[in-house]
Design a protein around this ligand. Structure first.
Ligand SMILES: [Cu+2]
Length: 357
């Protein structure tokens, strides 16, 4: 009876909708990951220290998926004496609150030697990250990026030729267990400012990559690298006259940050997994838990390199700026930028114009 009542137009609409539904489901994939979380030795800022790693990696591996995909993470706790959970920061967890990874709130912590499967849908394209959500495990280095691209066949509302990810964090030399005792002591013992800022898990303690410019008045000696040390700077290799997308996420425990690229203005296009009405900036603030995407054009001198600076905002900084290098592939890799690193705004200067009209 119902079929008889369907007019040809109804039938067409019905078939189209059904077709769309099937194609959406067919295009989506399940992305499986097998992760082991453990403490390990690392040297995030050139000084050996204990960090939290996933499958021996610090920061944790970057997950790449497409909108509509299901991410399935088989998470094994290889810590000997503490629980673990991972929170998928910015993911809405529609229908899967038990995969949100907030210990004692939406799930129990995963015990040592146990495995738990986090299974959830990434329904919205954007830049996200994940981090430990048990005790101070995020400060200990349990974090990584989660990049969700648009669905197969769909397009972003902007175009670019390549992309880079920068995961920003802060780092203390004091272990997190000692920090926890300090912070919960009565009276509280302040742990102080972080020793280093890290870009993709790399920072340089007690030396400066840009010592020759000494623009920050730090008086730090120049960093000397012999090869591919774990704390060597991040280098973004670009070609001239292209547009790149830079995805930036901050997992800091304390520091609010600002990012600037020498001689390159940036077009802000995404914030926390939402498209923005684009606007130009010289630099931008990023607070803990935030993610942004900016586009920049490599329209500067093709035989030069440029610094990317990350500085502290909102607190009188006792932590030197972090640096990465934008390297035009038309120039020799070893050449450091000739210009000084761009100044990020002073920690307390909120009148400086960041937006370019
Ligand atoms: Cu979070």
């Amino acid at each position: 009876m119902a079929l008889i009542r369907l007019t040809p137009i109804c039938l067409l609409v019905y078939l189209c909708c059904f077709g769309l539904f099937v194609s959406t489901v067919l295009g989506a994939k399940a992305r499986h990951f097998k992760w082991e979380v453990e403490y390990m030795y690392g040297a995030p800022d050139c000084l050996e220290n204990v960090v939290m790693g996933i499958n021996g990696q610090f920061p944790g591996p970057t997950i790449k998926a497409r909108a509509g995909d299901t991410v399935v993470v088989h998470l094994t706790n290889k810590l000997h004496t503490e629980g673990v959970v991972i929170h998928w920061h910015g993911i809405r967890q529609l229908g899967t609150p038990w995969a949100d990874g907030t210990a004692s709130i939406s799930q129990c912590a995963i015990n040592p030697r146990e495995t738990f499967v986090d299974k959830f849908k990434v329904d919205k394209a954007g830049t996200y990250f994940y981090h430990g959500h048990y005790g101070m495990q995020r400060s200990a280095g349990l974090y990584g990026l989660l990049i969700v691209d648009v669905e197969e066949g769909k397009k972003e509302p902007f175009q670019y030729d390549g992309e880079f990810n920068l995961l920003l964090s802060d780092w203390w030399h004091k272990g997190v267990h000692e920090q926890e005792v300090d912070l919960s002591a009565n009276p509280m013992r302040w742990i102080g400012e972080p020793q280093s800022l890290l870009v993709n898990g790399r920072g340089q303690f007690n030396c400066s990559l840009a010592a020759m410019h000494n623009s920050n008045g730090s008086g730090l000696p120049e960093c000397k690298f012999r090869g591919n040390e774990r704390c060597a700077p991040n280098i973004l290799h670009v070609m001239p006259n292209k547009t790149y997308r830079l995805r930036v996420a901050s997992t800091t425990a304390l520091a609010s940050l600002n990012l600037a690229i020498g001689n390159h203005k940036m077009l802000m296009v995404e914030g926390d997994g939402n498209y923005l009405e684009p606007f130009w900036v010289n630099d931008f603030d990023i607070y803990s838990g935030e993610t942004y995407s900016v586009l920049f054009r490599t329209d500067q001198h093709p035989t030069d390199n440029y610094w990317i600076s990350v500085g502290v905002r909102g607190r009188e900084p006792r932590t030197p700026q972090a640096l990465a290098i934008l390297h035009y592939q038309t120039t020799t890799a070893s050449k450091l930028p000739t210009l000084a690193p761009p100044d990020t705004p002073l920690w307390n200067d909120y009148s400086r114009k960041q937006i370019i009209f």
